[in-house]
Design a protein around this ligand. Structure first.
Ligand SMILES: Nc1ncnc2c1ncn2[C@@H]1O[C@H](COP(=O)(O)OP(=O)(O)OP(=O)(O)O)[C@@H](O)[C@H]1O
Ligand SMILES: [Mg+2]
Length: 351
């Protein structure tokens, strides 16, 4: 009987045959979208692993929220590092849980599960094995077909660029694990530079800065909150009071942290981004330099939501810079867009 049910479950109904689901397996935030509904899930790429029972207990935002607060037998895992899967089993478990929470909800009343066709992206620095790991993790999580595209192309499409145009454009994806700077045009990536000192690394830089300047130890989550709440490039000086652990006494200590502290801490990180953008433009072929400079730079990813970052970068490199307007979701929305272009899709699929 069970066998029969399983066999019937595998029958693909025409309506479901093309049900598509899109994945941006980001280092910090996993984004999942489904056809006709857009982004339906956005959760932290974190899990809580139970070392006693050898199973995963916490997923996504919940796992991130308990970072540093768990008993010793619960280990917080980040399965994606610098844009590529570093813990395969954990990533499969996380995707499985997210699917259960999202797409499968739509079919929870039905005993016939749809055949899901998945699309995902990989960064330019991913090796062939790392690309395959993304595909394999989605197969393991229950998808029946999985196609992999280049992340920079999806991001550019999501930022409103026609990636097939012969006019190249520079897109800067300022994410949690990677800063991916790409010149995109004629349906492909013309040149690219990558930095691993991205948003999450900045949290560690803030940790070190506060430790050295104020003599207190902060949690990782607090460092990220300081960055998100205080950092802006609009000359607005904000102040916040935080409690950390004193280095001297080991007891809680309160200090006041200002926007200028965070800016000073992260100055080197931002200068490195600016230097790499300059270097990417300078090393471009003479035929495209003018067009790239003329077309301006588009910022996407979580760090593109820092207020005034467009003006700051623009002042430094004397090129127009655009940011904002939901561009932190450019990758996933662009992936949806590209997947809907049936004719061009075959040229974009790398796996
Ligand atoms: N308003 C903000 N100010 C500063 N940093 C922010 C802000 N909002 C988000 N971030 C940071 O952006 C990063 C997450 O960005 P994003 O969602 O683009 O990363 P990701 O797609 O998961 O990573 P990647 O693409 O590098 O693998 C985190 O480091 C987060 O702290
Ligand atoms: Mg990203």
């Amino acid at each position: 009987m069970l066998n029969l049910i399983n066999r019937v479950r595998k029958i693909k109904l025409p309506f479901f045959a093309n049900f598509e689901i899109y994945f941006d397996l980001g280092t910090s935030v996993t984004k999942i979208a489904i056809q006709d509904r857009g982004v339906i899930l956005k959760e932290a790429t974190y899990l809580g692993y139970n070392q006693r029972g050898h199973d995963y207990l916490f997923f996504g935002d919940e796992a991130k929220s308990i970072l540093g607060k768990t008993p010793e037998f619960i280990k917080i895992i980040r399965p994606v590092v610098a844009g590529v899967i570093s813990d395969f089993d954990a990533e499969v478990a996380l995707i499985g849980k997210f699917l259960e929470r999202s797409a499968y909800l739509y079919f929870s009343n039905s005993w016939i599960k749809p055949a899901l066709r998945g699309f995902a992206v990989v960064p330019g620095i991913a090796t062939e094995i790392e690309q395959k790991a993304v595909q394999e993790s989605l197969f393991k999580a229950g998808l029946s077909q999985v196609y992999i595209l280049e992340k920079a192309l999806a991001t550019a499409a999501g930022a409103g660029i026609n990636i097939f145009s012969h006019k190249p454009v520079l897109v800067a994806d300022l994410g949690g694990g990677l800063i991916e700077l790409s010149i995109v045009g004629s349906g492909g990536i013309i040149s690219q530079r990558t930095l691993k000192t991205a948003g999450d690394h900045m949290n560690k830089v803030i940790y070190n800065y506060i430790y050295l300047k104020y003599g207190i130890i902060l949690g990782e989550a607090t460092c990220e909150q300081l960055k998100i709440n205080l950092l802006n490039f609009e000359d607005e000086e904000k102040i916040t009071t935080i409690r950390g652990k004193s280095l001297e006494t080991g007891l809680p200590k309160t200090v006041r942290i200002k926007t200028s502290d965070i800016k000073e801490a992260l100055l080197t990180s931002f200068n490195q981004i600016i230097d790499t953008i300059k270097e990417l433009i300078e090393s471009s072929a003479p035929e495209i330099v003018d067009e790239v400079i003329g077309g301006g730079i588009i910022l996407t990813g979580g760090l593109s939501t820092i207020r005034g970052i467009d003006r700051f970068i623009s002042q430094e490199i004397k090129i127009d810079v655009t940011a904002g307007g939901g561009l932190e979701y450019a990758t996933i929305s662009g992936l949806m867009k590209l997947a809907s272009h049936e004719e061009e899709l075959s040229k974009l699929i790398i796996l």
